[in-house]
Design a protein around this ligand. Structure first.
Ligand SMILES: Cc1ncc(COP(=O)(O)O)c(C=O)c1O
Length: 393
């Protein structure tokens, strides 16, 4: 049966960084882009309608959010994750990268240690390095095709390196793990025991592919966690509105919230995107049925890649994702170094994927592929990849 997500929508000429700037970013103009994490799908109709109404009004002044926005937000968190939030906890930011970067600056001083779990989203590395904090790695372990946490290393590093902040990525980009309750509790208890603040990036919370599970909000697992946690969320990945840069951060602990707000003031971060607020409220209030359809479609895309690789390209291994539309592919069996792998993917296969090594230790020999696209585009991409591998001999 045809799906709305099968429709091919030409994004050329929209100033999309995925589709319009290949040459500027050193790629051939005709490369098939499957990198940056936005999707090639139209947002839910309630979002488009709400935006059209706001645009039709024609005045785009400074804005804030009222009860309607909070009701949509809190209703979403309650329905989807069983999480009760209070209006006072909300800090709105222009994106999650801005939020976790501000949090790093707010809760640490120059030279302080911040722990992340590579291979992981590159701006988490940047937030630490560019602010002259010390990056501490708790590298994930790949065991039988599944990533796991090295808990001994996690605790040892926290103690030995005097870690102040842990940036948790849940679900994890790029390895696709949706951390289990047990895994989160083990990490949380270690952080509690050693006074570590947790900045929990849950931007992919809605993109659970495993139908047997629900996303676990870290701060909700124990009352004590809520007092050490900054939870970063956004409707941007879920509803394909990343360009509107609107995200919601939740901090229950009042003094902790004040410290972040002060840092935001210091950086001149003030006010939010009027259209972003409109889209966010409309998405959380009216986007649920669309999201369920999207998740089914993404499961189909993942299944397509899984089956295709098994049948045609067993040398390329899919790390089975539990969440997100970002697939972590293991190309190590091709025996190429990182530069050669990138050249092979771009020049021979005509695909623009994210290079694995940009995610830090553990990323070499891998690449991240975004499957938030129509099935026919994915079929084309996989065909190009197969042909290029065959041509290598
Ligand atoms: C884990 C993670 N955090 C944050 C972001 C981006 O957040 P924003 O665009 O809201 O700054 C992404 C985008 O891919 C992501 O994967």
């Amino acid at each position: 049966m045809a799906s709305r997500f099968d429709e091919i929508i030409d994004r050329h000429g929209t100033n999309s960084i995925k589709w319009d700037f290949a040459k500027e970013r050193g790629k051939p103009a005709d490369v098939l882009p499957m990198w940056v994490a936005d999707m090639d799908f139209r947002s839910p109709q309630p979002v488009i309608d709400a935006l059209a109404a706001a645009v039709g009004h024609g005045i785009f002044g400074y804005s804030d959010t009222g009860a309607e926005y909070f009701d949509a937000l809190s209703g979403w968190m309650r329905r989807r994750f069983g999480w009760e939030i209070d209006r006072s906890w909300v800090v709105k930011t222009s994106g999650v990268v801005s939020a976790f970067t501000a949090a790093v600056r707010a809760y640490t001083k120059t030279g302080d240690a911040v722990l992340i779990q590579p291979p992981v989203y590159p701006p988490m590395h940047s937030a630490v390095k560019f602010n002259d904090r010390r990056l501490v790695y708790n590298e994930l372990l790949l065991r039988d095709g599944r990533y796991e946490i090295d808990f001994d290393d996690f605790e040892r590093k926290i103690v030995d390196e005097h870690v102040k902040v842990f940036i948790l990525c849940n679900p994890h980009n790029p390895v696709g793990r949706a951390w289990t309750r047990d895994e989160l509790l083990r990490m949380g208890d270690i952080c509690l025991a050693h006074g570590v603040i947790v900045v929990s990036d849950e931007i992919h919370q809605d993109l659970m592919l495993d139908t047997t599970r629900r996303h676990e909000v870290f701060a909700a697992l124990r009352p004590e966690y809520a007092d050490i946690t900054v939870t970063c969320t956004a409707p941007s990945k879920t509803f394909n509105i990343a360009g509107l840069f609107t995200s919601n951060v939740f901090i229950k602990h009042g003094p902790m919230r004040a410290v972040l707000e002060e840092e935001m003031q210091r950086a001149g971060m003030h006010g939010g995107n009027q259209l972003g607020y409109v889209a966010c409220a409309a998405a959380y209030a009216g986007g649920e049925a669309w999201l369920e359809e999207l998740l089914e479609y993404l499961r189909g895309n993942v299944a397509y890649v899984r089956d295709f690789l098994a049948e045609h390209l067993p040398q390329v291994r899919l790390v089975e994702p539990e969440a997100t539309y970002l697939l972590w592919l293991d190309f190590r069996a091709l025996g190429l170094d990182d530069k050669a792998l990138q050249a092979f993917l771009t020049d021979d296969a005509g695909l623009w994927l994210n290079a694995g090594e940009t995610f830090g230790p553990g990323g070499s020999g891998f690449a991240r592929m975004n499957v938030g696209c129509p099935r026919s585009v994915l079929e084309q991409a996989m065909g190009q990849l197969r042909d290029a591998v065959i041509a290598r001999g």
